[in-house]
Design a protein around this ligand. Sequence first.
Ligand code: FMN
Length: 240
Amino acid sequence: MNIIALNGSARGLRGVTWKLLNRLLKGLEEGGAQTHAIQLKDHVISPCSACLTCMHKTPGLCAINDDMDTIYPYLKDSDILIMATPVYVDNMSAQMKAVMDRCICCLEPFLRIDTADRVRHPFIWNMPGKFFLVSTSGFPETESFAPLIQTYRAQAANFGSYPIGEICIPGSIALQMAPHLLEPRLDMIQHAGKMLSKQGGVDPSLLEEINKPIVTREKYLEIAAQYEAWARKSRGETGR
Ligand SMILES: Cc1cc2nc3c(=O)[nH]c(=O)nc-3n(C[C@H](O)[C@H](O)[C@H](O)COP(=O)(O)O)c2cc1C
């Protein structure tokens, strides 16, 4: 099984998104999958220019030549696309959205009724058949992920792929202040990766456990107060 994992966090290897993704990849590899992770922040990926050259002149090929050229081959050859992105302004990061927009070069311009009875474009080449989401949010509420999950599922459907699971851990502000709190959950994520590799999916009850908020709202606010004290000090504020 081949896995392409895109990390759309602007902080790359320093972010919580990578902590989650890294452990999922470890589990996938333990289970025998071949993984390839790409830090989008280190790549130059322009937004789609809507020239539609890919549809009308060079079917399947984007007219923009940038680092997407190195990502398309992995998208074409992988069984699963892992979209790892923090919640930015209630959705995926701009880095991740740029990649998804640039993938419209897999579409024909024509319109047909798809298997879900919707009018959609057929494909010139196929994106990975399965999509998996990994995310974290600064705020503690699980509702923070709702627009992102809806978007990722819709994107998978439009590309003819199946959204097979989501790992969405809220409250990253607290988890960055107290990283030890995340550790037990990372072990569970690694286990989920192994399961995904061996069975092609993750038990929904395991995902449910993984996605439970790690800290209560009260504990979150307590840690947030420590964060505020640190932030004020680093801004040079001596008193409130
Ligand atoms: C531009 C920007 C927008 C953000 N918007 C939200 C948001 O709408 N909701 C939320 O819960 N957190 C938001 N956050 C917080 C991030 O989701 C959080 O800090 C996360 O840990 C960032 O991922 P990283 O640790 O991989 O860098 C935002 C952060 C940034 C930089």
